[in-house]
Design a protein around this ligand. Sequence first.
Ligand SMILES: NC(=O)c1ccc[n+]([C@@H]2O[C@H](COP(=O)([O-])OP(=O)(O)OC[C@H]3O[C@@H](n4cnc5c(N)ncnc54)[C@H](OP(=O)(O)O)[C@@H]3O)[C@@H](O)[C@H]2O)c1
Length: 278
Amino acid sequence: MRTITLPDGTEVACLGQGTWRMGEGRRPQAAEADALRLGLDLGMTLIDTAEMYGEGGAERVVGDAVAGRRAEAFVVSKVYPHNATRAGTVAACERSLQRLRTDRIDLYLLHWRGGVPLAETVAGFGELLKAGKIAAWGVSNLDTEEMEELRGVPGGAACATDQVLYNPQARGVEYDLLPWCGRHGVPVMAYSPVGQGGHLLREPALGAIGKRHSATPAQVAIAWALRQDGVIAIPKAADAGHVRENAAAAAVRLTAQDCAEIDAAFPPPRTKRSLAML
Ligand SMILES: NC(=O)c1ccc[n+]([C@@H]2O[C@H](COP(=O)([O-])OP(=O)(O)OC[C@H]3O[C@@H](n4cnc5c(N)ncnc54)[C@H](OP(=O)(O)O)[C@@H]3O)[C@@H](O)[C@H]2O)c1
């Protein structure tokens, strides 16, 4: 599996696993944990979760998945904006650690911007770093101007990622956020890279490109996100077939012709658009 280097020098797999909609009783918890473990076996060692997902349920599934093999996994979780005061961030992280049954979160993110000043949240992250409860911190759903603002707060330059919606149908971030992150050495985590398994996967362009690579539309979408340096993709799959398919997408290399066909079907942004989020 190709790796990406975070600002602190840590190498992480460029292809990870999401967990939104896990731990909500849609499938047995053990089956969801099995899917994540299969993903770990296949090299998708970065696992993304949040206190929001299943109101802690997804973190419990992740806890099951990494039990006995914690060192193999790179666990990312997120604090709700309404919990993201200095003290609230620390308390939320402690609750997440309990559900994850671990003593450290590898990367802890602010889930989206709320009403709490960024400086307070960053101060909370600083306390957690000092206590060894997190190894790095970052943000999610912050647009370029907010990333600039974040850099201006004490300690803000240590931000290790911005996790944003990114797939062929949602590529507004290419206008200025991805270039900004590239210039500042901040890796981007692409969420919903297979368009939540919806109509993106029925788009003829992805099917036609896939045929040339003996790949599925989902694999083409993942390979497209990973075509550039500094991007990590985190598809979520509870189905074992999907997990295998997604892991194999790391080996799909799109050609310039493939990318041109995707540009024709899903034109890149020509003007600034406000950041799309789910
Ligand atoms: N920071 C944020 O605000 C934010 C927002 C959204 C998502 N995220 C993170 O990003 C992760 C991924 O995003 P997402 O869950 O919204 O969407 P996604 O990964 O694009 O799509 C997940 C859906 O697609 C299906 N799927 C997965 N692989 C497939 C394949 N190879 N072929 C066909 N269908 C496939 C899954 O089905 P099965 O589960 O049945 O396999 C699931 O229904 C989330 O789980 C979460 O960790 C973060």
